[in-house]
Design a binder for this molecule. Structure first.
Ligand code: SAJ
Length: 410
């Protein structure tokens, strides 16, 4: 049974803000903490500074009810949830500086007996590191008076408010007491099973889930390259093979994007480099796919009738969202436009009003409406399977060179 009534959530991003809002909807007093003025201001106005269905209603209701507010300073609370980024360094080790910065804010306000939950995806040992780091900053606190646990998030962007309630959760404690207390807090909003374990197993479980997906996408991407060489339609091949009762191959694409699947497997590789051969190879296979697509597009522009214009359909990292983090579509578009200055590139992304920063200032690249781009381009490259692109009639594509990396128009 949960007895925590005040929670501070450090990091109000894609995970922290939904978690803060859903806890607040259960009557818990939640104070959000963020370093970005735009985020703090938006939340205090009851607004969400990014796109996530249903989250806006939760935030505005909680702010109006007075159960959610945001600030730059970490307040005193009975529990702290750390949901900050964990990017990787140049050598693929995890950058724990954001976690340490969150701990720097928490340490001075601890009185003893609080629960600190790490939600950020973390390499094995990071939760123990957070525990040691806090105690090191506060040697006056006794180790058995600080409860630290890892509760990795599992929600799929676009379905966050639903999956926070329906997905099973894993909670790994530095001690069983920490795990039980975190479990009780998450039971206030999670209706699925919450399974407790130790902190390192919980860290690995999260990394393994995303690596499993990465390895399986790499298999599909490798099949697409093999099929292309052999003159086989990979989409037909996969749908036929998937009719076997124990085969379920994922879909090839232009590469793997987002801030999770393209990142997390490296934490396993850097923790056990010799032993992680398959995971490393899968990462490299997926990372090499954008280059393969670039070569296909360049080859298409060399055909005799090419009219000088290439349409690039989609910039987001996957379908039907506006999230561009680590998007292979952006990398492909940028490299193509920069390396081919005499070709005009028409980028189509129905979810944004302006080109993202990484594509700004490239003179032969413009954000173009779907119809216009499809009408004028001689080569059309489909990079994201947005619903809007599904309905493009075959007559509009007739006579053009099509590079369909998602199998949408086959
Ligand atoms: N992709 C393919 N082919 C596929 C599936 C995906 O090319 O068959 C590509 C997508 O286009 C995208 C990338 O992979 O570029 C990742 O997309 P995704 O939908 O697989 O995953 P994310 O990054 O949106 O969310 C994942 C989820 N993890 C798993 O499914 C194991 C989510 O549950 C996690 O919470 C999230 O990572 C996270 O934050 O860790």
């Amino acid at each position: 049974m949960n007895n925590i009534k005040e929670v501070a959530v450090i990091g109000l991003g894609y995970i922290g803000l939904p978690t803060a809002a859903i806890l607040a909807s259960k009557g818990i007093a939640v104070r959000g903490v963020d370093v970005t003025p735009r985020t703090v201001e938006a939340v205090n106005k009851g607004e969400v500074p990014f796109v996530e269905p249903a989250l806006g209603e939760f935030v505005s209701a909680a702010v109006s009810a007075g159960t959610l507010s945001a600030s730059f300073e970490t307040p005193e609370a009975e529990a702290y949830i750390v949901a900050v980024p964990t990017p990787f360094n140049d050598d693929y080790t995890a950058d724990l500086s954001y976690i340490e910065a969150a701990a720097d804010g928490i340490a001075p306000v601890l009185k003893g007996g609080e629960l600190v939950i790490l939600e950020s995806t973390s390499p094995p040992g990071a939760t123990q590191h957070l525990f040691d780091y806090l105690l090191n900053k506060r040697p006056d606190l006794s180790a058995d008076n600080l409860l630290v646990a890892h509760c990795p998030e599992r929600v799929l962007p676009g379905y966050v408010m639903e999956e926070l309630v329906t997905n099973d959760r894993i909670v790994g404690g530095i001690t069983p007491e920490a795990a039980d207390k975190a479990k009780a807090l998450y039971e206030t909003f999670c209706q699925a099973d919450i399974l407790t374990t130790d902190a390192k197993t919980a860290e690995m479980a999260k990394l393994v889930e995303n690596s499993y997906r990465d390895v399986n996408i790499a298999f599909a991407n490798e099949l697409s390259v093999i099929s292309d060489k052999l003159g086989i339609d990979v989409w037909e091949l996969i749908s036929l093979a998937n009719r076997h009762p124990r085969v379920n191959i994922l879909q090839p694409g232009p590469g793997v994007g987002g801030h999770c699947i393209a990142v997390d497997p490296w934490f396993i590789v850097s923790a056990a480099p010799e032993e992680s051969q398959l995971i490393r190879t899968a990462r490299n296979t997926n990372d090499s796919k954008p280059n393969w697509v670039i070569n296909k597009v360049v080859a298409a522009t060399k055909s005799s009738g090419f009219n000088g214009k290439v349409a690039v359909m989609g910039l987001a990292f996957k379908a039907n969202i506006d999230d561009m983090r680590e998007s292979p579509a952006i990398e492909i578009t940028r490299q193509l436009a920069e390396a081919n200055p005499t070709v005009e590139f028409l980028a189509v992304e129905p979810h944004v009003e302006a080109l993202p920063k990484k594509l700004e200032g490239i003179s032969n690249l413009t954000l173009t409406p779907t119809d216009e781009a499809l009408k004028s381009a001689g080569v059309v490259t489909l990079l994201v399977d947005h619903d809007q692109f599904k309905s493009v009639p075959a007559t509009v594509l007739a006579g053009k060179e099509i590079i369909d990396t998602r199998g949408l128009w086959r």
